[in-house]
Design a binder for this molecule. Structure first.
Ligand code: OSB
Ligand code: MG
Length: 376
């Protein structure tokens, strides 16, 4: 089978509110979308990149370049099997180095294409032989907020909306004091923090100072390339460490678990080069008795639906960063939008493909660059 075309879109979506982390503030996202066509069907994927290389070294321009100049020519020339497009792509590029977010976007489009060709759900393809759940618990990630009253209002609103755990972004100087106040005001709500690599090893005492607050976990406090530092810290803390930025592959996940550098892993397909690798990390963690959860990259509805489908796999044991469309967007590019039920769950679609319609009209209004790549 041949892939007939890959369409690329760069869209700009302005966010409902600014999102602040230890690495910077985001108010508008630059999102690269991919649509793959074959056999009269198509499929959509989204990369986790943004306009500026803050969370990752990739940005929208490198993502576009890698797909257009390197991935697409190989994909369009390849003779594909009639099933398993996602894993086949992972295999095809297994000796190529990095650029996970560029690969993940194309790989997602191939998974959705395949689901549409076969008339099954993306959820069913991601689950394969595994059980998958119809409903998944949902958590929310709240950015750094200088005004505590505003943060408290956001927490109250999230709890009212049913979100089953609250993640707060922290950075040096905006950590222990904030968490102390949150515990004082909200009691034992399911609470965790994310440092986004903002702390040095020397700031370990601050991180250890979070131990008395009974947090579900502390996510990625130290630098992304400091797995041993996280291992030393974990040995001295009772709060479980969860790695995000440090895990770019199955091998990183194995290394981190072997070193006891974390007790949990946040899986983002965009960070690990695609759903095939993400699911392999899910399976490794399941074998080792380590729970995982699904992270987010402020995705539009397309990436969000792929995340929700993947998070239906059995070892996604904790609520993910999978909030409703309206948490980030005035208007999402899918119809219907993703909504959270009052008991803090999402229904995982099990109809063909992603299960929601992609709004091409909305994409056309938001697009700043597009191209359609076809065989020579
Ligand atoms: O570290 O998980 C993170 C957003 C952008 C970049 C990194 C992260 C995040 C979030 C929000 O925490 C996740 C989401 O709701 O999409
Ligand atoms: Mg994180």
């Amino acid at each position: 089978m041949r892939i007939d075309a890959l369409d690329l879109y760069l869209i700009k979506m302005s966010m409902v509110g600014e999102f602040v982390t230890s690495f910077g503030a985001v108010q508008e996202r630059e999102i690269v979308l991919v649509r793959a066509h074959a056999g009269g069907a198509s499929g959509w994927g989204e990369s986790g990149v943004d306009g500026v290389p803050l969370y990752s070294y990739e940005d929208a321009a490198t993502c576009w370049h890698i797909i257009e100049d390197f991935l697409a020519p190989v994909i369009l020339a390849h003779d594909w099997p009639s099933g398993g497009l996602g894993p086949a792509m992972a295999d095809l590029f297994s000796s190529w180095r990095w650029h996970p977010m560029a690969r993940a976007a194309v790989e997602e489009a191939l998974w959705d294409l395949e689901a549409n060709l076969q008339g099954v759900s993306v959820r069913q393809l991601y689950a394969g032989e595994r059980e998958s759940r119809e409903r998944i618990p949902v958590g929310i990630s709240l950015g750094i907020q200088d005004d505590f009253d505003l943060l408290a209002a956001q927490i109250s609103e999230a709890l009212d909306q049913g979100y089953q755990r609250i993640k707060l972004k922290i950075e040096p100087g905006k950590d222990i004091g904030v968490i102390e106040k949150v515990r004082h005001q909200f009691g034992e709500i399911p609470l965790m923090v994310d440092g986004n690599c903002g702390y040095t090893r020397e700031q370990g005492p601050i991180l250890k100072g979070l131990d008395p607050f009974n947090l579900l976990m502390i996510e990625q406090p130290l630098a992304q390339d400091d797995i041993p530092g996280h291992a030393d810290l974990q040995a001295e803390m009772k709060t479980p460490i969860c790695l995000d930025e440090s895990i770019h592959s199955l091998r990183h996940a194995r290394l981190a678990l072997d070193y006891d550098a974390c007790r949990l892993i946040n899986i983002k397909a965009s960070r690990v080069g695609g759903r095939t690798e993400g699911i392999a990390i899910h399976d490794l963690c399941a074998d080792r008795g380590v729970p995982v959860w699904c992270g987010g990259m402020l995705e539009s509805g397309i990436g969000r639906l792929h995340n929700i489908a993947m998070a239906s796999l059995p070892n996604f044991q904790m609520p993910g960063d999978l909030s409703a469309s309206r948490r980030y967007w005035h208007e999402d590019i899918i119809d219907p939008e993703v909504t959270v039920e009052s008991d803090g769950h999402f229904e995982v679609p099990d109809t063909v493909g992603l299960g929601h319609r992609v709004r091409e009209d909305a994409i056309q209004r938001l697009v700043v660059r597009s191209t359609s790549l076809t065989r020579e």
